[in-house]
Design a protein. Structure first.
Length: 618
């Protein structure tokens, strides 16, 4: 018995090794903190070496014990995400013990290798860099600024983007930024209207002409790591497409010059999987009384098809407190998507799942956001609290949840359309007089050739916003597809009356007038398109063909050649130029253009027929 007691005493007397920087603390700081806490990044001080860490030891313990740092807000066990930065309890204890026991340095031989940080573009030199043409000047003081910058990638054929890196310019004043793909170039008309680059606004809606839902999270915040899309899920960049960079800027006390860039990395592999972004939201319910601690806002969306959830982006402002997203499956069980019990706008992020979350058809996705508008909320910007409603300003509020979904299509159908329709119909159930929802549903139904329903929604949209030129243009296109030429022409003309620089409306009217053989008027509108968009290949090609039809051969050929130079892979440009060359007996050149046209569109019957008709011609 004495022997056992003696062993117990010895065990209790074992000395615990003191924690040191080189062996215990540096591995934690270099992995979790250094990506932001280093020279040139947004964090206020560096944590790359021992002297930095010792100087800030007490602060490190305070912010890690409270889990303010490293910034990772999702609760454990409610979604498994890539790039998780949550410190374990053991790591927290290591930092606390080290600071408490004198912040010892330790043996330099124990120091891990310093991580390699890419100071330039994270994935190497991009295939294309698009930069804002002239810098934007941010005032030294004042409220937060929400600014949108229109960038114009110079591509002469359709490219597929496997990765995009946003370089926002003055990082220390940029809270976050995200990219919208504007295939219609619709935002150009707002660009620079107030004398400065870009235009103001936080939530920007790009109104589609056809069914083409947003598909990818293109997002930047301090510490963002650039991720490559899966090999079969690149996104398409067509000639003439604009990228709209939406930025949240915070004045720093001195004026800043901001000139952002986007680096694009291409792949030759066209996508075979088509994700989409879907939003749950209920801003209409946001009228939060002063002092209200537990104001709850909810929204739901029932999935009409099986979907895989690839990632999500929750969003609220300063008095958002507890953000939950989950799905109720058809069997009644709950599948957590994310839970952020202590929301902080400063650390909002896009979260990507380690593995896609499968939701069967009939699953109900829910968001449940709780807001704290009391004086006890340290993030409340109002002292004393005031009633808070929905709005773009950061002192207003939002209740948004974006999901990136991969709908599972069946029998060759595009399941994205079913999800988009469910989303728009859900929005109209909440907001029957929502212009964007009526317009979007009209565009979707038109893409499915449901013209009567599409026209009905376009007319409802116009009853809410009669001065919207885009809606008049889209209604005209649907009427024309239905065969109502006169009504379509009137709507095209109304769109142009409302917006003299609306290139699409001028072009669409010109095409209608060409069909009616009103060549001179059509030519006038095509010239307007080129005045607005000098490198618009379809307009250049159609103008060249129309001029040749009216006997203006020299200028006609010039515009046809400009169309091909502007967009070498534009089929109609090659085909029209071939026809014109054949018309003046230049058959060898015409055949060369037709062969190029067939390279672009193999097997096209019109090009094959024209090539056969020219066989033997010299």
């Amino acid at each position: 018995m004495k022997r056992w007691a003696s062993l117990a005493v010895l065990a209790c007397a074992t000395v615990t090794r003191a924690q040191t920087y080189t062996k215990d603390v540096a591995p934690i700081l270099l992995e979790f903190c250094a990506p932001c806490h280093r020279p040139g990044e947004a964090a206020p001080f560096s944590l790359l070496d021992y002297s930095d860490a010792k100087r800030h030891a007490k602060q490190i313990v305070a912010v890690t014990q409270s889990r303010y740092m490293p910034p990772w807000k999702p609760a454990p066990g409610r979604g498994e995400f890539e790039g998780e930065r949550r410190l374990s309890d053991a790591q927290l204890q290591t930092l606390a013990s080290w600071a408490k026991n004198g912040s010892l340095e330790g043996d330099p031989k124990d120091l891990p290798a310093r991580p390699t940080f890419v100071e330039g573009w994270q994935l190497g030199t991009p295939d294309l860099v698009v930069t804002l043409e002239r810098p934007y000047s941010l005032a030294a003081s004042g409220p937060d600024v929400f600014r949108n910058f229109v960038l114009r990638p110079a591509v002469d054929r359709t490219r597929y983007v496997r990765a995009a890196e946003i370089r926002p310019g003055a990082k220390k004043v940029v809270h976050h930024a995200n990219v919208l793909i504007d295939r219609q170039r619709s935002m150009r008309r707002r660009d620079g209207k107030d004398g400065a680059p870009g235009f103001a606004g936080m939530d920007v809606q790009i109104e589609p002409r056809t069914f083409d839902p947003e598909s990818h999270f293109l997002f930047w915040k301090p510490g963002t790591t650039v991720l490559e899309e899966p090999a079969d899920m690149a996104w398409r960049l067509d000639p003439g497409t604009d990228l709209v960079l939406n930025m949240h800027l915070q004045p720093s006390g001195k004026s800043e010059s901001i000139q952002p860039s986007i680096g694009l990395y291409f792949t030759d592999r066209a996508p075979t999987r088509q994700p989409m972004l879907v939003q749950l939201e209920n801003d209409g319910a946001l009228t939060i009384p002063p002092g209200g601690k537990n104001f709850v806002v909810t929204d739901t969306l029932t999935m009409p098809v099986d979907v895989e959830v690839l990632g999500l982006y929750p969003h609220a402002h300063y008095i958002g407190k507890d953000l939950q997203a989950f799905a109720t499956l058809p069997d009644g069980s709950r599948c957590w998507l994310i839970h952020i019990p202590d929301w902080d706008l400063n650390w909002q992020a896009v979260y990507r799942y380690k593995r896609p979350v499968l939701l069967p058809r009939g699953s109900v996705v829910s968001m449940r956001y709780t807001y704290d508008n009391s004086a006890d909320n340290p993030r409340n910007p109002h002292r004393p609290p005031v009633r808070v409603v929905a709005g773009d300003r950061s002192e207003d509020e939002m209740a948004h949840l974006w999901l990136q979904l991969l709908p599972r299509s069946q029998a060759g159908s595009d399941a994205r359309a079913a999800v988009q329709q469910a989303s728009l119909e859900r929005r109209l159930a909440k907001y029957p007089n929502d212009f964007a929802a009526h317009f979007g549903l009209g565009a979707l139904l038109q893409s499915e050739d449901k013209l009567d329903e599409a026209i009905d929604h376009y007319r409802k949209a116009l009853s809410l916003a009669p001065q919207n030129a885009t809606a008049h243009n889209s209604l005209a296109s649907a009427l024309l597809a239905q065969g109502d030429v006169d009504a379509a022409e009137a709507e095209f003309r109304k769109a142009i009356e409302l917006d003299q620089d609306y290139a699409d409306a001028h072009y669409n009217l010109a095409r209608l007038l060409l069909q009616k053989q009103e060549l001179e008027t059509a030519i006038r509108h095509l010239r307007e398109v080129i005045r607005i968009e000098p490198l618009d290949a379809p307009a250049l090609s159609d103008l060249g063909a129309a001029l040749i039809m009216t006997g203006q051969m020299e200028s006609g050929f010039r515009y046809l050649q400009q169309a091909v130079q502007s967009q070498p892979d534009y089929f109609n440009g090659r085909f029209n130029l071939a026809q014109a060359l054949a018309g003046v007996g230049k058959f060898e050149q015409a055949r060369a253009e037709l062969r190029e046209a067939l390279r672009i569109r193999p097997g096209d019957p019109d090009a094959l027929r024209a090539l056969e008709e020219m066989r033997g011609q010299r």
